[in-house]
Ligand binder design. Structure first.
Ligand SMILES: C[S@@+](CC[C@H](N)C(=O)[O-])C[C@H]1O[C@@H](n2cnc3c(N)ncnc32)[C@H](O)[C@@H]1O
Length: 212
Protein backbone atom coordinates (compact mmCIF):
# COMPACT_ATOMS: atom_id res chain seq x y z
CA UNK A 1 0.00 0.00 0.00
CA UNK A 2 1.50 3.36 -0.96
CA UNK A 3 2.37 5.65 1.96
CA UNK A 4 -0.11 8.27 0.77
CA UNK A 5 -3.00 5.82 0.57
CA UNK A 6 -5.56 6.18 3.37
CA UNK A 7 -7.42 3.14 2.15
CA UNK A 8 -8.41 1.30 -0.97
CA UNK A 9 -11.55 2.02 -2.95
CA UNK A 10 -14.26 -0.50 -2.12
CA UNK A 11 -13.47 -2.32 -5.35
CA UNK A 12 -9.97 -3.33 -4.28
CA UNK A 13 -10.56 -5.87 -1.49
CA UNK A 14 -8.64 -9.13 -1.35
CA UNK A 15 -10.31 -11.82 -3.49
CA UNK A 16 -12.16 -13.80 -0.84
CA UNK A 17 -9.47 -15.58 1.20
CA UNK A 18 -6.03 -14.76 -0.14
CA UNK A 19 -5.15 -12.13 -2.69
CA UNK A 20 -6.42 -11.51 -6.18
CA UNK A 21 -2.81 -11.71 -7.34
CA UNK A 22 -2.12 -15.20 -5.95
CA UNK A 23 -0.68 -17.52 -8.58
CA UNK A 24 -3.16 -20.30 -7.87
CA UNK A 25 -6.11 -19.14 -5.75
CA UNK A 26 -6.95 -21.64 -3.01
CA UNK A 27 -10.53 -20.47 -2.61
CA UNK A 28 -13.00 -22.88 -4.16
CA UNK A 29 -14.34 -22.08 -7.60
CA UNK A 30 -17.86 -20.64 -8.00
CA UNK A 31 -18.21 -19.57 -11.62
CA UNK A 32 -20.55 -16.70 -12.41
CA UNK A 33 -20.76 -13.88 -14.92
CA UNK A 34 -20.77 -10.09 -15.02
CA UNK A 35 -21.94 -7.67 -17.69
CA UNK A 36 -19.44 -5.35 -19.31
CA UNK A 37 -21.53 -2.45 -20.62
CA UNK A 38 -19.76 0.30 -22.54
CA UNK A 39 -21.06 2.81 -25.09
CA UNK A 40 -19.73 0.58 -27.90
CA UNK A 41 -19.95 -2.90 -26.37
CA UNK A 42 -22.22 -5.02 -24.23
CA UNK A 43 -20.96 -8.46 -23.34
CA UNK A 44 -21.29 -11.03 -20.59
CA UNK A 45 -17.96 -12.14 -19.09
CA UNK A 46 -17.21 -15.30 -17.12
CA UNK A 47 -15.75 -14.69 -13.69
CA UNK A 48 -15.09 -16.63 -10.50
CA UNK A 49 -14.00 -16.45 -6.89
CA UNK A 50 -10.31 -15.80 -6.36
CA UNK A 51 -9.99 -13.11 -9.03
CA UNK A 52 -10.07 -9.32 -8.87
CA UNK A 53 -13.52 -7.67 -8.77
CA UNK A 54 -15.38 -10.86 -9.61
CA UNK A 55 -18.85 -9.44 -8.80
CA UNK A 56 -18.82 -6.41 -11.08
CA UNK A 57 -16.66 -4.59 -13.55
CA UNK A 58 -14.29 -2.51 -11.44
CA UNK A 59 -15.27 1.20 -11.66
CA UNK A 60 -11.67 2.16 -12.46
CA UNK A 61 -11.58 -0.34 -15.31
CA UNK A 62 -14.87 0.97 -16.66
CA UNK A 63 -13.64 4.54 -16.45
CA UNK A 64 -10.45 3.56 -18.31
CA UNK A 65 -12.50 1.99 -21.08
CA UNK A 66 -14.79 5.00 -21.40
CA UNK A 67 -12.56 8.03 -20.69
CA UNK A 68 -9.18 7.05 -22.15
CA UNK A 69 -8.02 8.55 -25.43
CA UNK A 70 -8.73 6.33 -28.44
CA UNK A 71 -6.40 3.52 -29.39
CA UNK A 72 -3.38 4.78 -31.33
CA UNK A 73 -2.33 1.41 -32.79
CA UNK A 74 -5.44 -0.58 -33.69
CA UNK A 75 -3.34 -2.80 -36.00
CA UNK A 76 -0.50 -3.20 -33.54
CA UNK A 77 0.44 -5.25 -30.48
CA UNK A 78 -1.65 -4.41 -27.44
CA UNK A 79 -1.29 -5.67 -23.87
CA UNK A 80 -3.77 -5.83 -21.02
CA UNK A 81 -1.28 -5.96 -18.14
CA UNK A 82 -2.84 -7.64 -15.11
CA UNK A 83 -5.86 -8.75 -17.12
CA UNK A 84 -7.91 -10.48 -14.40
CA UNK A 85 -10.84 -12.11 -16.19
CA UNK A 86 -10.13 -9.84 -19.14
CA UNK A 87 -12.55 -6.88 -19.38
CA UNK A 88 -9.86 -4.57 -20.79
CA UNK A 89 -8.55 -7.17 -23.24
CA UNK A 90 -12.08 -7.98 -24.43
CA UNK A 91 -12.81 -4.29 -25.06
CA UNK A 92 -9.48 -3.89 -26.90
CA UNK A 93 -10.22 -6.98 -29.01
CA UNK A 94 -13.62 -5.56 -29.90
CA UNK A 95 -12.19 -2.14 -30.79
CA UNK A 96 -9.11 -3.45 -32.60
CA UNK A 97 -10.06 -6.70 -34.33
CA UNK A 98 -6.81 -6.74 -36.38
CA UNK A 99 -4.51 -6.21 -33.37
CA UNK A 100 -2.38 -8.83 -31.64
CA UNK A 101 -3.59 -8.78 -28.05
CA UNK A 102 -1.81 -10.19 -25.04
CA UNK A 103 -3.81 -10.50 -21.81
CA UNK A 104 -1.30 -11.19 -19.03
CA UNK A 105 -1.83 -12.16 -15.41
CA UNK A 106 0.00 -14.08 -12.67
CA UNK A 107 -3.28 -15.53 -11.38
CA UNK A 108 -3.83 -18.73 -13.37
CA UNK A 109 -7.56 -18.82 -12.67
CA UNK A 110 -7.78 -15.28 -14.08
CA UNK A 111 -5.77 -16.31 -17.16
CA UNK A 112 -8.15 -19.21 -17.82
CA UNK A 113 -11.17 -16.92 -17.47
CA UNK A 114 -9.63 -14.28 -19.73
CA UNK A 115 -8.88 -16.96 -22.34
CA UNK A 116 -12.51 -18.08 -22.25
CA UNK A 117 -13.75 -14.49 -22.46
CA UNK A 118 -11.46 -13.83 -25.45
CA UNK A 119 -12.62 -16.92 -27.35
CA UNK A 120 -13.58 -15.91 -30.87
CA UNK A 121 -11.04 -13.09 -31.04
CA UNK A 122 -8.41 -14.67 -33.29
CA UNK A 123 -5.57 -12.27 -32.48
CA UNK A 124 -5.99 -12.41 -28.70
CA UNK A 125 -4.43 -14.74 -26.15
CA UNK A 126 -4.29 -14.86 -22.35
CA UNK A 127 -1.04 -15.95 -20.74
CA UNK A 128 0.96 -16.10 -17.53
CA UNK A 129 3.96 -13.69 -17.53
CA UNK A 130 6.31 -16.70 -17.80
CA UNK A 131 4.81 -17.39 -21.24
CA UNK A 132 5.43 -13.91 -22.66
CA UNK A 133 8.27 -14.00 -25.23
CA UNK A 134 11.24 -12.11 -23.82
CA UNK A 135 11.64 -10.18 -27.10
CA UNK A 136 7.99 -9.08 -27.35
CA UNK A 137 7.65 -5.50 -28.59
CA UNK A 138 4.47 -3.64 -27.76
CA UNK A 139 2.62 -0.61 -29.10
CA UNK A 140 0.20 -0.04 -26.24
CA UNK A 141 -0.15 -1.33 -22.70
CA UNK A 142 -3.50 -0.79 -21.06
CA UNK A 143 -3.74 -1.56 -17.37
CA UNK A 144 -5.59 -1.28 -14.11
CA UNK A 145 -2.34 -2.22 -12.39
CA UNK A 146 -1.93 -4.40 -9.28
CA UNK A 147 -1.25 -1.64 -6.75
CA UNK A 148 -1.61 -4.02 -3.82
CA UNK A 149 1.51 -6.00 -4.71
CA UNK A 150 3.39 -3.06 -3.13
CA UNK A 151 5.48 -0.25 -4.50
CA UNK A 152 8.77 -2.10 -5.21
CA UNK A 153 7.01 -4.93 -7.08
CA UNK A 154 4.77 -2.50 -8.96
CA UNK A 155 7.73 -0.36 -10.03
CA UNK A 156 9.59 -3.48 -11.20
CA UNK A 157 6.53 -4.60 -13.16
CA UNK A 158 6.15 -1.21 -14.84
CA UNK A 159 9.91 -1.06 -15.56
CA UNK A 160 9.76 -4.47 -17.25
CA UNK A 161 6.79 -3.62 -19.43
CA UNK A 162 7.75 -0.04 -20.21
CA UNK A 163 11.00 -1.42 -21.64
CA UNK A 164 8.93 -3.48 -24.11
CA UNK A 165 7.26 -0.43 -25.66
CA UNK A 166 8.16 0.53 -29.20
CA UNK A 167 9.52 4.10 -29.53
CA UNK A 168 6.06 5.50 -30.40
CA UNK A 169 4.33 3.34 -27.83
CA UNK A 170 2.53 4.22 -24.65
CA UNK A 171 1.01 2.86 -21.47
CA UNK A 172 -2.47 3.90 -20.35
CA UNK A 173 -3.00 3.30 -16.63
CA UNK A 174 -5.94 3.83 -14.29
CA UNK A 175 -5.13 4.30 -10.61
CA UNK A 176 -7.22 5.73 -7.79
CA UNK A 177 -5.72 8.66 -5.93
CA UNK A 178 -6.31 6.79 -2.65
CA UNK A 179 -4.14 4.02 -4.05
CA UNK A 180 -1.26 6.34 -4.81
CA UNK A 181 -1.98 7.59 -8.33
CA UNK A 182 -0.23 10.89 -7.75
CA UNK A 183 2.90 9.40 -6.19
CA UNK A 184 3.01 6.88 -9.04
CA UNK A 185 2.79 9.79 -11.50
CA UNK A 186 5.70 11.51 -9.72
CA UNK A 187 7.76 8.30 -9.76
CA UNK A 188 7.13 7.80 -13.49
CA UNK A 189 8.26 11.37 -14.19
CA UNK A 190 11.28 10.99 -11.91
CA UNK A 191 12.40 7.96 -13.92
CA UNK A 192 12.28 9.97 -17.15
CA UNK A 193 9.03 8.61 -18.59
CA UNK A 194 6.88 11.41 -20.05
CA UNK A 195 3.60 11.05 -18.15
CA UNK A 196 0.36 12.99 -18.60
CA UNK A 197 -2.82 12.86 -16.57
CA UNK A 198 -5.28 12.58 -19.45
CA UNK A 199 -8.42 12.31 -17.33
CA UNK A 200 -9.53 12.47 -13.73
CA UNK A 201 -12.93 11.40 -12.45
CA UNK A 202 -14.36 9.91 -9.25
CA UNK A 203 -10.89 9.98 -7.69
CA UNK A 204 -9.40 7.92 -10.50
CA UNK A 205 -6.51 9.22 -12.57
CA UNK A 206 -5.86 8.09 -16.11
CA UNK A 207 -2.14 8.32 -16.78
CA UNK A 208 -0.63 8.13 -20.25
CA UNK A 209 3.03 7.15 -20.11
CA UNK A 210 4.98 7.56 -23.35
CA UNK A 211 7.84 5.27 -24.30
CA UNK A 212 10.15 8.22 -24.77
C1 LIG B 1 -6.34 -4.31 -10.23
S1 LIG B 1 -6.39 -5.96 -10.94
C2 LIG B 1 -7.10 -5.61 -12.56
C3 LIG B 1 -7.73 -6.81 -13.19
C4 LIG B 1 -8.47 -6.55 -14.52
N1 LIG B 1 -7.60 -5.91 -15.48
C5 LIG B 1 -9.71 -5.72 -14.31
O1 LIG B 1 -9.68 -4.56 -14.72
O2 LIG B 1 -10.67 -6.22 -13.72
C6 LIG B 1 -4.67 -6.25 -11.27
C7 LIG B 1 -4.32 -7.63 -11.80
O3 LIG B 1 -2.89 -7.72 -11.93
C8 LIG B 1 -2.51 -9.05 -11.66
N2 LIG B 1 -1.07 -9.10 -11.38
C9 LIG B 1 -0.42 -9.01 -10.19
N3 LIG B 1 0.90 -9.10 -10.36
C10 LIG B 1 1.12 -9.26 -11.69
C11 LIG B 1 2.27 -9.43 -12.50
N4 LIG B 1 3.50 -9.45 -11.96
N5 LIG B 1 2.13 -9.60 -13.82
C12 LIG B 1 0.89 -9.60 -14.38
N6 LIG B 1 -0.26 -9.44 -13.67
C13 LIG B 1 -0.14 -9.28 -12.34
C14 LIG B 1 -3.41 -9.47 -10.53
O4 LIG B 1 -3.49 -10.89 -10.41
C15 LIG B 1 -4.73 -8.81 -10.93
O5 LIG B 1 -5.56 -9.68 -11.66
Amino acid sequence: MPADAPGPPASHPPADHGHYFDDDPQVSSAPTSVELTLPDLSVSLSTDRGVFSRDRIDPGTKLLLIDAPALESPDGTLVDLGCGYGPIAVALAHRAPRAQIWAVDVNRRAVALAAANLAGHAGARAVHPDDVPSDLEVDEIWSNPPIRIGKPALHELLDTWHARLRPDGRMVLVVHRHLGADSLHRWLESTGRPTTRVASRMGYRLLEVRAE
